[in-house]
Write a protein that binds this ligand. Structure first.
Ligand SMILES: Cc1cc2nc3c(=O)[nH]c(=O)nc-3n(C[C@H](O)[C@H](O)[C@H](O)COP(=O)(O)OP(=O)(O)OC[C@H]3O[C@@H](n4cnc5c(N)ncnc54)[C@H](O)[C@@H]3O)c2cc1C
Length: 291
C-alpha cells in the first residue's frame, strides 16, 4: 500500500504530526504497535508549562502556549486544557535570588512572562502554603491538559481530515528503496516517500532500523493521584529547589509529581526504586511546603 507519509508511533507526536500533514494535503498512515495514547502520551503529569523552561525552549514554548488557548476549537474536541497560573515556590532567600537572576536574564532576551511574587502575594494565591515559604515566581499563561484526551483529540481530528491509524501493528523492518521507504509490519508492507519516527521511548530502536544511531536513555518520573478532597489550590504548584509539583483538578483530586527520576529501560520497571519514591513524595510536600 502506498502513502505520502508513514508515521511510526501513535502518541501525541505521531497523532499531531498526522493531523498537520493531512491538513497540508499529505496522505499519512500512523502505525501504532499497541493503541493510540497507550504510553507516555496517555499517562503523564499533563503540564502545559512556560515557567522554568530552558532558555532555548522559550520561543517554541510561547508559540505552543498560544496554540493551546484555542486548541479545543481547532480540533473540535476537549483536550482537557485549563489555563491556570503556575507558581514555583521559594523556600528560602537562596531560591529568591535564583528567581531574580533568572527573571533578569529573561528580560535581557525580551521575555516578561515570569514574575517574582513576595511572601504576602504567595500566601494570597496559596493560602495553605507553609509559613517558612518566602515567595515565588508565577507565570499566568500556563496550565494543564488531560493527556489521553489531548492525544485522542489530535487522533480524531487527523482521522476526520483523512489520516489513517492502524493500531496493534508493530513496525518490524525498514528499507530505503530509491527515494522511497518501505515498511514491513507484522501484517503488511507499506511504501512512502516520507518516514517519520514518532516512537517515543522506542525511538532509538526505530532509528537503528533506519540506519541511524540516536542514543537514548529512559527515566521515569513518579506520579500519584489522591482521592477527591476539598478545594485548596487553584494554581499549578512547583518548587524552585526540589523536584515536586502538584495540581488540583476540578473534581478535587490532586496529582502529585516528583521524587527522584528512575533510570529504566523502555520495558521494565525497577520496583525497589519505585516503592522508595512513592514514600518520598508526601514527605516532600510536608511540612516545609504546605501547612
Ligand atoms: C497534554 C500533555 C501534557 C504533558 N505534560 C507533561 C508533564 O507535565 N511532564 C512530563 O514530563 N511530560 C509531559 N508530557 C510529555 C510526555 O511525558 C511524553 O514526553 C510525550 O507524550 C511523548 O510523546 P511521544 O508521542 O513522543 O511518545 P509516546 O507517547 O511514547 O508514543 C510513542 C508510540 O510509539 C509506539 N511505537 C514504538 N515503537 C513502535 C514500532 N516499532 N511500531 C509501532 N509503534 C511503535 C509506542 O507503542 C508508543 O505508543 C505531556 C504530554 C501531553 C500529551
Amino acid at each position: 500500500m502506498n502513502f505520502d507519509a508513514l508515521i511510526i508511533g501513535g502518541g501525541i507526536h505521531g497523532s499531531a504530526t498526522a493531523y498537520h500533514l493531512t491538513n497540508a494535503g499529505i496522505k499519512a498512515l500512523v502505525l501504532e504497535k499497541d493503541y493510540v495514547g497507550r504510553h507516555a502520551s496517555g499517562v503523564n503529569a499533563g503540564g502545559v508549562r512556560l515557567l522554568g523552561r530552558d532558555f532555548a525552549e522559550v520561543p517554541l514554548s510561547k508559540e505552543a502556549m498560544t496554540r493551546w488557548q484555542t486548541l479545543d476549537q481547532e480540533l473540535d474536541a476537549d483536550t482537557g486544557f485549563r489555563r491556570r497560573s503556575l507558581i514555583n515556590i521559594a523556600i528560602d532567600d537562596a531560591d529568591m535570588s535564583k528567581i531574580s537572576s533568572r527573571i533578569n536574564q529573561l528580560a535581557e532576551s525580551g521575555y516578561d512572562h515570569e514574575v517574582l511574587i513576595d511572601q504576602q502575594e504567595l500566601r494570597e494565591r496559596l493560602p495553605h502554603v507553609a509559613p517558612n515559604c518566602v515567595g515565588g515566581v508565577v507565570s499566568e499563561q500556563d496550565g494543564y491538559a488531560i493527556p489521553y484526551k489531548a492525544t485522542s483529540a489530535y487522533r480524531l481530528a487527523a482521522e476526520r481530515a483523512g489520516a489513517i491509524f492502524h493500531e496493534g501493528e508493530a513496525v518490524q523492518s525498514l528499507r530505503q528503496i530509491g527515494d522511497n521507504w518501505q515498511i514491513t509490519t507484522d501484517r503488511a508492507t507499506y511504501n512512502a516517500g516520507i518516514l517519520i519516527n514518532c516512537s517515543g521511548a522506542w525511538a532509538d530502536k526505530t532509528a537503528v532500523l533506519m540506519g541511524d544511531n540516536v542514543p537514548l536513555s529512559h527515566s521515569a518520573p513518579m506520579l500519584m493521584i489522591t482521592a477527591r478532597m476539598p478545594h485548596f489550590a487553584g494554581p499549578v504548584v512547583g518548587a524552585i529547589s526540589r523536584q515536586l509539583s502538584f495540581k488540583q483538578f476540578e473534581n478535587g483530586t490532586v496529582l502529585i509529581g516528583g521524587g527522584a527520576r528512575v533510570l529504566q529501560t523502555a520495558t521494565t520497571t525497577e520496583q525497589r526504586w519505585t516503592t522508595r519514591n512513592w514514600r518520598l513524595l508526601p514527605r516532600r510536600l510536608r511540612p516545609s511546603f504546605l501547612s
